[in-house]
Ligand binder design. Structure first.
Ligand SMILES: C[S@@+](CC[C@H](N)C(=O)[O-])C[C@H]1O[C@@H](n2cnc3c(N)ncnc32)[C@H](O)[C@@H]1O
Length: 334
């Protein structure tokens, strides 16, 4: 379910009005979370969709992750945007509207906005409402020429751009967030994005590359335990929002590489036999039993280009760093 914030609403000064106006939608969001958790915990392989990791605390913890030594994706993508921003802008050509999927803090977007001459409108889409509002406010303050039109909602289901009449927009999907989707989900996402962005659009997507496990695994299980806190915060969110009684000390963060699927899989593992309640329902966990919370697929350049073609996009150009850690794919709508 998507909901739009006009800029005055995005500003903290009338936050009370956002809450009042949004009440029915917030109820719907709570119901969606409850349904996803109850359904996911009842499955044989227990699971909770990764988008629920990003409440306010989760988004703040993700920002901390992006600054860790072990977490190479953010700094590498920033290096690529700094080095090739102008070249990317030249390949894209004149563009007035930038649409970002899973924008988070919009930190990297600033580099793209600076490189794109003549940009008038920025539409960030994210489930994390507080982060979205703060990022939107900061961008409007720093880029006076830019109209920011945030959309709160699930980017796999977004059907309109907050009333923006976008002509040949540029889409942006950074952070290898596309890797959180399975191949089928990613194809569906790309098809929906092609429909949403329309004819003549281009799409810049940051994608993590396949690499040695001694680089990959620490990025998802850092020495300071920030990634573990990010995972475990999901249980804290369930406790707060769904009347749960998870004891976070009785679960551990696990990051494993599934070589066959070419992806990191994140789980919360029960450290003992225990019973947990959520929304009045009882769930028994055996020692070692896991809740799947996230995937992070790793691609080859060719593998991603094939996926893009299946999703209705034609590869234009790829930029990678010297160590082949990460890449930026520029696509045009087929
Ligand atoms: C891995 S972070 C990347 C953030 C930012 N793009 C970056 O590169 O640093 C994923 C972002 O996507 C958002 N997100 C995750 N799943 C989403 C979904 N299904 N719909 C909308 N936003 C989502 C999260 O709230 C978060 O801001």
């Amino acid at each position: 379910m998507a909901r739009t914030l006009s800029m005055p609403q995005a500003r903290g000064e009338i936050a009370r009005d956002i809450q009042t106006a949004a009440e029915p939608t917030l109820v719907a969001q709570a119901a969606e979370f409850a349904e996803a958790v109850l359904d996911g915990l009842a499955r044989k392989q227990r699971s909770i969709p990764s988008r629920f990791l990003y409440d306010e605390a989760g988004s703040a913890l993700f920002e901390e992750i992006t600054k860790l030594d072990e977490y190479y994706p953010t700094r590498t993508e920033i290096v690529l945007l700094r080095a090739f921003g102008r070249e990317i802008a030249a390949r894209v050509g004149p563009v007035e509207t930038l649409v970002e999927f899973g924008s988070g803090s919009s930190r990297k977007t600033r580099l793209l906005i600076e490189a794109l001459d003549g940009l008038k409108t920025y539409v960030p889409i994210d489930v994390s409402e507080t982060f979205l509002a703060e990022a939107a406010e900061g961008l409007e303050a720093d880029f006076a020429h830019l109209s920011v039109r945030p959309v709160v909602g699930d980017f796999t289901k977004t059907r309109d751009l907050n009333g923006t009449d976008a002509h040949r927009p540029l889409g942006f999907f950074s952070g290898s967030t596309i890797g959180n989707l399975t191949h089928d989900e990613a194809e569906g996402f790309l098809r929906n994005a092609a429909q949403l962005l329309g004819e003549g659009s281009t799409f810049l997507i940051g994608v993590d590359l396949q690499k040695d496990l001694d680089i990959l695994l620490p990025a998802y299980d850092d020495a300071r335990g920030v990634t573990a806190s990010f995972s475990l915060n999901l249980l804290t969110r369930v406790n707060r929002e769904l009347d749960g009684d998870f004891n976070t000390e009785r679960f551990a963060h696990r990051a494993l590489y599934n070589a066959e699927a070419g992806r990191i899989e994140i789980y919360l593992e029960s450290l003992l036999d225990q019973t947990v309640h959520v929304c009045g329902q009882r769930f028994g966990f055996a020692k070692g039993e896991r809740i799947h919370t996230e995937n992070s697929h790793k691609y080859t350049i060719e593998g991603f280009q094939n996926l893009a073609r299946r999703g209705g996009w034609e590869p234009m150009q790829v930029w990678t760093d010297d160590a082949d850690l990460f890449c930026l794919h520029l696509l045009r709508r087929a």
